[in-house]
Design a protein around this ligand. Structure first.
Ligand SMILES: Nc1ncnc2c1ncn2[C@@H]1O[C@H](COP(=O)(O)OP(=O)(O)OP(=O)(O)O)[C@@H](O)[C@H]1O
Ligand SMILES: [Mg+2]
Length: 371
């Protein structure tokens, strides 16, 4: 159905055995807890969160690389548990790890990928040429993959994930390690894809300004749970707000100013030790000139006034009390492993996929024999 969501996750949960706890009672780590959300066709969604938040684990479940401990999802119209092959045929996936060392030329790697997805030679060649052009790979398309730089390999990874023109692509940190120009190029390509083919893009990134600028929807994850899901603009307006700061000639003026500004807003107006007055307000750009006029009218001269718009890091801070930088490696929930059987097979699954270390992890897993 055209209006059916392209991703529909229902209570997706993943518990891993905690390898460090070899005590009598086996503990497990809940990497992802009760993930429930929908993505409409054509959306561009960015998944944000500190290291260990559960982003990759979520993507690995949605792409059928690992089974959930509980819950399920429909992806491009098929259930990840009962119809994994149908899901895989309709998605692209570029894993977090970069490609390994292949002696194949980059162009041949793309052609093999096309063949793997059942594309004709002519169609593979045309698509490879198109991707080589749009991802700026032409300078090294005839070089062996193992000779490419990290950023060049990453662009090849993305091209591999896009070879069969899937309606939905998952990208796990596609831009990590790229230089600013390559990042901008990659984003341009992602935006073009959506424009041209209506591709739905679900990606993770640690670059907050990228999510802010390009994604129309941001899902914030922390300790295995989605703690916010909205447009970047709405998240910033509702959860953070502009930081307004006023400077005065004297501390007495500053103290008097607090009362004047406080009458204009229900947000707390603070007097700092260095004599500046500050507050955080969602409508800061309108409040700033109003406050300056009110202070003028009250005979208090404003020496400086600045308004700094919030970032997505301010949103995370407002939600969790930690900045994204501080939050790295947050401890996921620990639980007693009631099943007692752990996730041994998943562990192998991940290892196998990682060991294959294909340019597109999913394809690598599927094409293990080819490599
Ligand atoms: N196979 C596994 N076995 C045990 N624990 C795992 C396994 N895979 C992931 N974890 C744990 O699950 C949690 C979530 O990991 P995940 O890779 O999903 O995080 P992430 O949000 O992608 O982080 P990053 O930003 O660092 O890539 C972490 O605590 C991680 O150590
Ligand atoms: Mg990850």
């Amino acid at each position: 159905m055209a209006n059916e969501p392209i991703i529909e996750a229902q209570g997706l949960t993943k518990r891993f055995p905690d390898q460090q706890k070899k005590t009598a009672k086996k503990k497990s780590v809940e990497a992802v807890s009760d993930l429930t959300f929908q993505v409409a066709r054509g959306e561009l969604v960015a998944f944000l969160g500190p290291n260990g938040a559960g982003k990759s684990t979520s993507l690995r479940m949605l792409t059928t690389l690992i089974p959930p401990t509980s819950g399920t999802a429909r992806v491009v119209g098929h259930d990840i548990l009962s119809r994994p092959a149908d899901v895989r045929a309709r998605i692209g996936y570029v894993g977090q790890l970069t490609s390994g060392s292949f002696s194949q030329r980059a162009r041949d790697e793309l052609l093999s990928q096309g063949a793997f997805y059942g594309m004709s030679k002519a169609a593979s060649k045309a698509r490879a040429d198109e991707l080589i052009e749009s991802l700026d790979l032409s300078g090294f398309a005839n070089r062996a993959v193992q000779q490419l730089s990290g950023g060049q390999k990453r662009r090849l990874d993305v091209a591999l994930g896009l070879m069969h023109a899937p309606p939905l692509i998952f990208l796990d940190e596609p831009s990590t390690g790229l230089d600013p120009q390559s990042r901008a190029n990659l984003w341009q390509h992602i935006l073009d894809l959506r424009q041209k083919y209506g591709t739905t893009v679900f990606l993770t990134t640690h670059y907050l300004e990228e999510a802010d600028r390009y994604a129309e929807r941001v899902m914030v994850m922390d300790k295995g749970r989605v703690i916010a899901d909205d447009t970047a603009t709405a998240l910033k307006a509702n959860l953070a707000g502009d930081v307004l700061t006023f400077g005065f000639a004297s501390k007495a003026d500053a103290a008097a100013a607090v009362a004047v500004i406080q009458r204009l807003t229900d947000r707390e107006v603070r007097l700092t030790e260095d004599g500046t007055v500050s507050l955080t307000a969602p409508d800061g750009d309108a409040l700033l000139p109003t406050a300056v006029r009110a202070l003028d009218a009250a005979g208090i001269q404003v020496a400086r006034a600045t308004g700094v718009p919030p970032t997505l890091d301010d949103v995370f801070l407002a939600l969790t009390g930690r900045t994204l930088r501080e939050a790295g490696e947050g401890e996921p929930t620990e639980e007693e492993d009631s099943t007692g059987q752990g996730d041994g097979p998943d562990e192998k699954n991940r290892d196998a996929a990682d060991a294959a270390s294909g340019s597109a992890e999913l394809a690598a897993e599927k094409t293990g024999a080819r490599r």
